[in-house]
Design a protein around this ligand. Structure first.
Ligand SMILES: [Mg+2]
Ligand SMILES: [Zn+2]
Length: 180
């Protein structure tokens, strides 16, 4: 069987961003896992999806953070998700500043393509989950199905294939709609 995947945006899908206690996530102390995310990723693992993180980290290119700090943040992320027995299979990030016209920054699909090639992913049966229009656009360009989560859903014309409150609800939709 071909291997499907969940491509997850990070900030606003997995962890808090632009909340009262955290503005941007530039160090492990800024990382707050959102409710239900650990369980959701554990569910995706069990439903047979590879789970990838696909994240724009323009703060590196802008000098707010270096790559060592980003790796520390991602280590924290994996540890917190592991407490719920969830596994992130791989992470792709764009370190370039916004408006640098790099090939990888979402809404470009390059990070999705690279992960798909590396892990032999069936894009047609895979999903991009994001909280911003750029995530949805990247998913569409890559040829995956798209899911919008968070407060911006229902904002304008629906552009994503599906919309949910948060990642927990996404995972449970798949649980209820999968014959296992
Ligand atoms: Mg986001
Ligand atoms: Zn880039």
């Amino acid at each position: 069987m071909k291997q499907p995947a969940m491509f997850l945006d990070r900030d606003g899908v997995i962890n808090e961003v632009l909340t009262e206690r955290v503005k941007f996530v530039n160090q492990p102390e800024d990382f707050y896992l959102l409710d239900g995310v650990g369980e959701a990723i554990n569910l995706f693992n069990h439903l047979g999806y590879k789970v990838f993180v696909v994240t724009n980290q323009g703060g590196i290119g802008l000098g707010y953070m270096n790559e060592a700090a980003l790796h520390q943040v991602h280590q924290r992320m994996k540890e917190e998700i592991a407490e719920f027995h969830g596994v992130i299979d791989d992470i792709a990030y764009c370190p370039h500043k916004p408006h640098a016209n790099c090939a990888c920054r979402k809404p470009q699909p390059q990070m999705i393509y690279d992960l798909a090639r590396k892990h032999a992913i069936d894009l047609r049966h895979s999903y991009m989950v994001g909280d911003r229009e750029m995530d949805i656009e990247a998913g569409k360009k890559a040829g995956v199905n798209t899911i919008l989560v968070g407060d911006r859903r229902h904002a304008q014309q629906p552009t994503a294939d599906l919309e949910f409150k948060d990642l927990w609800h996404v995972a449970h939709y798949f649980k209820w709609n999968t014959n296992t």
